[in-house]
Design a protein around this ligand. Sequence first.
Ligand code: B12
Length: 375
Amino acid sequence: MTTWNDETLFSEIESLALDVTEEQYRIQPDLMDRYGRAGFEKSRRDTVYTLNYLAEGVLMDSPSLFLHYIGWLKQLLAGYGLTEADIRKKLELILDRVRAGRQGEMTERTIHILEMGIERTREPAEVPPFIAEDRLFGREARRYLDALLRSDRLGAYGVVDEMFERGETIRDIYRYVFQASQYEVGRLWQTQQISVADEHYCTAITQSAMSRLYAHWIGGERPKRGSVLVSACVGGEMHEIGLRMLTDVFELEGWDTYYMGANADEDRLAETVARRGADIVALSATMTFHVRLMKKLIARLRADERLTGVKIMVGGLPFNVDPFLWKRVGADGYAPDAEVALQEADRILKERTIVATPEEAGEHPEAEGGHQLGS
Ligand code: B12
């Protein structure tokens, strides 16, 4: 039996997942009848995810990261006919192995978080819709998403054009139409109301709708505030639209921004931050199992003597789940969305001005301003 202890927190995940899945299929042979060999493989893969979320919750001392995942898993698996008792059984089998390998503080924490996870399976896990017609721009968001879901690209563009022509701001279109519809697309995928292909299609059209809007504002008149933002997703992270929206909102507000997109290379990021003379680096992670990479990346940036005085802001799903997580990864600030991020950036920069040495507070002569996409 593979066990779990302080040293093997991550290294044994694959074999532990196999062991637990085999045991569950032995105890519940009906699972093989219902889902076959392919179902077994999916279950093993899900267990790898479960253990990664667990390990991340343990390392970050953040039970809520794991508890949020259990709620999400419960809703996801319900679509496949798996019950909360099935999830509980899996967690109990993991708990047995953690207890068997018991040693040290991390193991204690793991047991505690797992026990809470087992309780969490008993609670409701419904995610309410992200679009409601009685919310601000709710009708537009509804029409936009409906167009996407019937593969009507021009219809979706039409909703955006209509809003833009009647004077709604790009910031509002991003927030109330694009962000809301992306969240709703995620919910529809999770509850098996749409396929992965549908989700990819909706996302691609939203990316193109954002790009179409650039023609209206990139390169045009805008306020200039002389602050520089470099933004990137932590290594392995593919979710980049939220960070792109945030970067655009900063650009609209007069920042010079440099967007490095998904899956950023650490050395290139550090190099870019130094070369652009960034005031703030915005780092994004959506998948919880990237949080420890975020912590490592921040430590790496802090250790770079070219980057003294550069401030680091973080965001993305796990930081919204645990609003204190940003402190634990060593960031200077966090915001739940692009709008709040603007205020948070001001707060961070004000704080820097108060404590900065004269050199740190100075201008960045080498900074090359201007909004640039891609890396
Ligand atoms: C599109 C999408 C994808 C696309 C991403 C394409 C792209 N170019 O970005 C692809 C297909 C790659 C993808 C893959 C996966 N995805 Co996905 N994806 C989504 C989806 C539907 C939309 C993401 C999005 O555009 N959101 C809209 C933006 C505007 O919102 P946001 O990211 O939250 O950003 C805002 C704030 O968080 C904040 N913010 C973000 N970054 C930062 C940074 C700073 C510094 C600050 C201050 C603020 C900040 O400001 C942003 C703007 O307001 C979400 C659903 C969701 N709820 O987000 C699922 C979702 C995130 N995906 C999910 C999953 C499970 C996956 C996969 C594991 C699926 C799989 N089995 O392969 C993979 C993992 C890939 C990886 N390793 O990264 C789950 C995650 C669940 C969980 N509990 O962790 C979600 C929530 C779907 C769901 N409801 O189940 N996905």
